[in-house]
Design a protein around this ligand. Structure first.
Ligand SMILES: Cc1ncc(COP(=O)(O)O)c(C=O)c1O
Length: 386
């Protein structure tokens, strides 16, 4: 996108006015057109009487269009997409759908999000599974990561729960090679895609993973409260939904002993949800495409984050967490002598500059989206140099 067009695009994003925003890995920013699409959908529902034949038909169409729009982004069929609320819900759906037996193992990395580790803890309580952790923090090559997984392998590992992009270092895990290896061992691969969707150009069919859980509200800059889950068709057919409701049923008759489920991702959806968000997410996807193709956006954000990493390296009191340039938009660093949480708060209140503090490793993290400007990074470096 030409610089002047990017300026125009950004001028319609309320959160970017008078503020330095580097928290896309936490939550993206809503373009005015996204806000308008949500508001118009709410208004349309009310104008027709929300619980009406017209609106029921409209909801069916909205759900189908949104599953399709997401599927196009991920390189999969629309039937494989379950609509959820966020990444964590998708990870829960996939993990609780498996027939766990006592002693089964679930392999995670030491860099998974606390909310996901908590699912493993609950599975341990409920089914007597054994969560096992493979250390990958500090590994910056595909070969080292694959070797670590192979080294920590145990024959009772039934599934992996791993991030595609680590939320603390921005490292990309080599998913295709990991999935190939795990499948040879008879284990499933469930992926936390909170930091990869909207960042990496994706073709999930080629990656060969079994489940891929993501959200619309981070790098896609969609509304909070709407995410999705890709389930590979065999996983989808075999999985047993934990939370169930009318949206997952293909018929409301003969529910006992086994309900008949929708033959698609709706099987794992439950009931009423905030339908006006659907148009908001589709509008957000259209707006992302205005910034460039998935490859162009990835190329731009990595170029920007590598520039930032390089310049932070040159500041004597800043230590980037990575030894090699970041492969995604996440740039984590320590400021020598400063407590991350206190510094984060100071930057927000005194500089109107938003970055986040991370607990593990204890550091600050800037998230660089393709919509970020070079001049914003220069400003960030200038502020940090003080
Ligand atoms: C790797 C990772 N997993 C899960 C989450 C939680 O995301 P969500 O709120 O979409 O469930 C986050 C972000 O906060 C994350 O970075």
């Amino acid at each position: 996108m030409a610089p002047s067009a990017l300026e125009t695009w950004r001028s319609q994003v309320p959160a970017l006015q008078g503020r330095w925003y580097f928290n896309y890995g936490g939550q993206g920013v809503l373009h005015q057109q996204v806000l308008d699409a949500i508001q118009q959908s709410f208004a349309y529902c009310e104008s027709q009487g929300s619980f009406s034949g017209v609106i029921n038909h409209w909801i069916t169409e909205e759900l189908a269009q949104t599953r399709h729009a997401i599927a196009v982004e991920l390189g999969v069929a629309a039937e494989t997409i379950t609509l959820t609320e966020n990444t964590t819900t998708g990870c829960n759906i996939a993990l609780w759908s498996l027939p766990w037996q006592p002693g089964d193992r679930l392999l995670l990395t030491d860099c998974e999000h606390p909310g996901i580790v908590a699912i493993a803890a609950q599975l341990q309580q409920r089914f007597g599974i054994v969560p096992q952790f493979v250390p990958v923090l500090g590994l910056e090559s595909d070969a080292a990561i694959i070797a670590a997984i192979q080294h920590h392998w145990h024959p009772q590992i039934k599934a992996l729960m791993i991030s595609h992009v680590l939320w603390n270092t921005g490292q990309i895990l080599p998913l295709k090679a990991i999935a190939d290896w795990c499948h040879q061992q008879g284990a499933l691969v469930i992926v936390d895609a909170a930091q990869s969707v909207g960042v990496l150009p994706l073709d999930l069919t080629a990656l060969g993973v079994d489940a891929y859980a993501f959200t619309g509200h981070k790098w896609w800059c969609g509304p909070v409260g709407l995410g999705g889950l890709y389930l590979e068709p065999n996983f989808q057919a075999a999985g047993q939904p934990l939370f169930v409701g009318w949206r997952g049923l293909s018929s409301s008759k003969n529910l006992l002993p086994v309900p008949s489920w929708q033959p698609n991702g709706a099987k794992f959806e439950v009931a009423s949800s905030c339908y006006p968000l659907l148009a908001g997410l589709r509008t957000a996807l259209d707006l992302q495409r205005q910034l460039g193709t998935a490859q162009e956006r990835y190329d731009r954000l990595t170029k920007l984050s590598q520039w930032l990493w390089q310049h932070l390296h040159e500041l004597p009191h800043i230590r980037p967490i990575r030894q090699t340039p970041p492969p995604t938009g996440l740039v984590s660093f320590e400021v020598v002598g400063a407590a991350p949480n206190a510094l984060m708060q100071r930057l927000e209140t005194q500089e109107r500059l938003l970055i986040r503090a991370l607990p593990h490793p204890l550091c600050l993290r800037a998230s660089i989206h393709a919509a970020v400007l070079e001049s914003e990074l220069e400003h960030l470096v200038m502020v940090l140099s003080r």
